[in-house]
Design a protein. Structure first.
Length: 422
């Protein structure tokens, strides 16, 4: 019935939604879960990772930004393909290690790492603690001294580049809290060089923001990074890596978005042009590695028609997928049982907030029974909450055409038990 093995979302010959090469309704039945449920295509994730790794020649380091989706099944799948991990907390670090990511492929970012988190990173001997301020360098040194170890640190540079994306996810401009401003870099290196017993400077990193549609800002920040690297080497110091960051956008159906391999090529060309090809090239993408390979399935509760408007209430809300409410993101929503067709409905969730609104979608004249919310593999479940007494959504993992893992929500019952204890 299917025309070839397609990763991600497709339609079968009868028009029903297919995901990871299986009809979605069948996957839900096999998993034995109701809605709302996230479904992930592990084969799709695997093939996307392979394509990116093939673009970057060794020495390279693709560190998957675990925050995008921290499900162990996903982190393990990526680790088995040879990616490292970019973590932003002690818990993410422990998860990455438990999922088989070698410590020398893990980098840690974050503007407010606690002493405990810094100690975990030092003890694990990760590839680089990417420090974000001169003040933090002093704290890393103090923790290393207390542990009688040497910490491997990299400077996260703020290149003062503003990306064309939502303001909430732009991180590389002057006013952002992230990274070390260019004016403070000398002081930062001096601080590292002054503590050779506890610190070794191994790299430079940057991350200018998320969901970039073009490679321009990435190239601009990369130029700055290469200048910083060259200046460091010109001082007779050594460096192991330049990490160009993540932020590769995904095409949510609105038009053309640069592919992950194009961002990787930009980084590669920069290193070559600056004569830095002996350094390891790092990237740390999250969204592009998992976003297209996740689907949120919801059931229609009821339509509501009046005052010249028509809404469809679904059983997934902003607590399950907050991106539309937080960033005005528009994720395609389609009927499960048939392709989209003329006839727009405003799709909203049950949460008592006006921002619990997924936008207008072509669901046809007759309301469908179930809908698929597309490209929700990144920043979906990981940002979910139990607001309004709603449980967390279920998660289903598909590999080789089979459901290989189901993570069931404790539902509103679990919520009730926990709130009664507070
Ligand atoms: N590296 C660092 C240091 C980061 O802070 C991030 C994301 C990444 C890498 C991965 O970026 P990506 O390739 O996924 O764009 N919740 C927002 C996105 C927040 C991104 C935070 N940092 C959203 O749903 O759009």
């Amino acid at each position: 019935m299917l025309s070839g093995r397609m990763p991600g979302f497709a339609r079968d010959s009868l028009g029903a939604a297919v995901f990871a090469a299986r009809p979605v309704s069948e996957l839900l039945a096999e998993a034995g879960v109701a809605t709302p449920t996230y479904i992930y295509d592990l084969d799709g994730i695997r093939s996307g990772a392979r394509e990116l790794l093939a673009t970057l020649p060794a020495p390279h380091a693709v560190a998957y930004a675990v925050k995008a989706n921290s499900a162990a099944s996903i982190v393990r799948t990526l680790a088995s393909e040879g990616t490292g991990a970019d973590v932003v907390s002690g818990a993410e670090l422990e998860l990455a290690l438990l999922c088989g990511v070698p410590s020398d492929r893990i980098v840690m970012s974050g503007v407010g790492k606690s002493d405990h988190e810094i100690e975990l990173a030092i003890v694990a001997g990760i590839r680089g603690i990417q420090v974000e301020s001169v003040e933090e360098i002093a704290r890393v040194s103090a923790r290393a001294r207390a542990l009688n170890r040497r910490a491997r640190v990299a400077l996260r540079v703020n290149p003062n580049v503003l990306i064309d994306s939502h303001a909430h996810i732009a991180t590389g401009h002057d006013a952002a809290k992230f990274g070390i401003p260019l004016a403070d870099l000398d002081a930062a290196w001096q601080r590292i060089d002054a503590e050779p017993d506890t610190l070794v400077g191994v790299g430079i990193s940057s991350h200018v923001g998320s969901n970039m549609g073009t490679t321009e800002a990435y190239a601009a920040s990369g130029e700055v990074l290469c200048d910083v690297a060259r200046a460091r080497l010109a001082h007779g110091k050594t460096l192991e890596y330049v990490n160009f960051g993540g932020g590769f956008g995904i095409d949510g159906g609105t038009g053309s978005v640069a592919a992950p391999r194009e961002f990787a090529q930009v980084a590669r060309e920069l290193l070559t042009r600056h004569g830095l090809e002996q350094l390891s090239l790092g990237v740390e993408p999250g969204r592009s590695m998992v976003g297209p390979y996740g689907l949120l399935v919801a059931s229609v509760i009821q339509p509501k028609v009046g005052r010249g408007r028509r809404w469809i209430m679904i059983d997934a809300g902003m607590n399950d997928l907050i991106r539309p409410a937080l960033y005005g993101a528009l994720h395609r929503i389609e009927p499960l049982e048939r392709p989209p067709s003329e006839g727009a409905w405003r799709v909203v969730g049950p949460v008592c907030e006006s921002s619990d609104d997924f936008g207008e979608h072509p669901l046809g004249d007759r309301p469908p029974e179930q809908v698929a919310i597309r490209d929700t593999g990144a920043y979906g479940f990981v940002m979910a909450s139990e607001y309004n007494g709603r449980g967390l959504p279920n998660e289903v993992f598909v590999e080789g055409g089979r459901v290989v893992k189901v993570s069931r929500s404790s539902g509103s019952k679990g919520w009730l038990e926990r709130r009664l204890q507070a």
